[in-house]
Design a protein around this ligand. Structure first.
Ligand code: PHE
Length: 455
């Protein structure tokens, strides 16, 4: 039996797109994008972000999915099967490691969202008539170490459950139903945000750039956020691509994933910033931003009680479909390369992710004064993984696909499933070639070097 027959597969084309979109869409769009944009000046950050998404994110996502589909392997195995070099598989190994690190702190925030299902259901938001009360409540919760660690534990167990069930049954089914509902609910919250008195300032903040706020760090943050939000640079898309069949149209699916992800970030941005400015809050509040803001919005809308509860249920599920993809990468690596059973890999790495997540959960209470390079453990893990290691992973993927794999082979693989597209729009190949060979790697390198003060 060859690799194509025995490997697990997506049940349908749309199943893959939704699962990959499920990986991309998560806390990165709804929790992180608004707070990072808020800390980096709003509109100018947003524009740089969009440039990173389309000039770097889109070509790299195509490259990653293609690597996965061609090799039908995990990130390490994919490089191993295409080169004899011992160095390239390290790029994959770095990805597996980063994915695991992201999973650990990501689950902490997902745990907050999980906890907020209970908070919203308890009716406590009713008493929040000003942002100070909502913020105070959030700060009280995260300063409680037992709360943070227990929510982390429950969330990791939930993720383990889905990855344990496998590709089609667990990952695909879950994403198919839940993503569309989330989209609808976000739209409702956004409309309420826009109709709040004073929301105009929020729209200006997000769409009228003030370039004086831009510096080297803005570029790094925007690049890191693009990689983080698109689940790129660590092999999640590669692994999901490895469950694809040759008939799938990779450029088209990639574009769909990127557009959906960007749309959700914009909707979340509008929903949050209109509310932040209408209620006179601080846009640069940091990781607590949505937890300070949203309870007030729910409080100010008809049916807000139910919308609040459903919103946090869906946010938790969006986080879950992303965490699943993070855990799936480590799992696939140990199944393929170390011949572990799926069940063993899920249990071992689920428990480890929980343990490594503990210092991140404690960064908001017991360990808040413990700093690494001036950052608490949570911020440090986030900074290193999304701002440095993901772009670096993306850089190497672009170089590998652009120069090492053999570009004729790359193109003939890419053409599988997308013959129609290339027949009608031949120029798309040339554009992708220029982006993956030159524009993406050069831009990534410039941003990384610029951020450490070189050039
Ligand atoms: N893209 C996910 C989000 O936006 C997070 C993630 C990053 C998932 C990297 C997988 C890999 O929430």
């Amino acid at each position: 039996m060859n690799n194509f027959d025995k490997r697990e597969k997506w049940g349908s084309k749309i199943g893959f797109v939704l699962a990959a979109a499920g990986s991309a869409i998560g806390l990165g769009n709804i929790w992180k994008f608004p707070y990072v944009a808020g800390e980096n000046g709003g509109a100018a950050f947003f524009i740089i972000y969009i440039i990173c998404v389309f000039l770097i994110g889109l070509p790299v996502i195509i490259a990653e999915i293609l690597l996965g589909r061609t090799t039908q392997r995990n990130p390490v195995g994919a490089f191993k099967s295409l080169t004899n070099s011992r160095l390239w598989p390290f790029v994959g190994a770095m990805g597996v490691f980063v994915g695991f690190l992201i999973l650990s702190y990501y689950s902490v925030v997902a745990g907050w969202s999980l906890g907020y299902i209970y908070e919203s259901a308890s009716g406590v938001f009713y008493s929040f008539d000003n942002p100070k009360l909502a913020g105070g409540h959030f700060n009280k919760l995260i300063s409680n170490a037992t709360w943070g660690v227990s929510m982390l534990a429950i969330f990791v167990i939930l993720s383990m459950f889905f990855v344990y069930a496998g590709v089609q049954k667990g990952i695909e089914k879950g994403s198919k139903i839940l993503m569309p509902v989330l989209f609808l609910l976000l739209l409702i919250v956004m409309i309420r945000g826009i109709t709040l008195e004073g929301s105009q300032k929020g729209l200006e903040f997000l769409f009228e750039p003030d370039w004086s706020k831009v510096n080297a760090i803005t570029f790094l943050e925007a690049l890191g956020q693009a990689f983080f939000s698109l689940s790129l640079g660590m092999g999640a898309m590669l692994t999901y691509g490895s469950y694809l069949s040759k008939e799938d149209n990779i450029p088209k699916s990639s574009l769909q994933i990127v557009i959906l992800d960007t749309l959700i970030a914009i909707i979340a941005g509008v929903a949050i910033f209109t509310a932040v400015f209408a209620t006179g809050q601080n846009a640069a509040e940091g990781p607590g931003l949505i937890f300070h803001t949203l309870p007030i919005v729910f409080n100010k809308m008809p049916g807000g009680y139910f919308i609040g509860v459903i919103f946090f249920v869906l946010l938790t599920i969006a986080a879950l479909t992303s965490a699943i993809s993070l855990l799936e990468v480590v799992t696939a690596y140990f199944i393929d390369e170390k011949k572990w059973s799926r069940h063993k890999a899920v249990i071992v790495f689920g428990i480890l992710a929980f343990l490594v997540g503990i210092p991140s959960a404690l960064s908001f209470n017991v360990l808040s004064e413990t700093k690494i390079l001036g950052l608490n453990f949570f911020d440090f893990a986030d900074y290193i993984s999304s701002n440095i290691m993901l772009p670096l992973g993306g850089f190497f993927i672009a170089i590998f696909v652009g120069y090492k794999w053999g570009f004729d082979k790359v193109i003939s693989e890419l053409k599988n499933g997308s013959e129609n597209l290339f027949e009608k729009h031949l120029w798309t190949i040339s554009v992708w070639k220029i982006l993956i060979k030159f524009i993406s790697p050069i831009l990534i390198l410039l941003v990384l070097l610029h951020s450490i003060g070189i050039f």
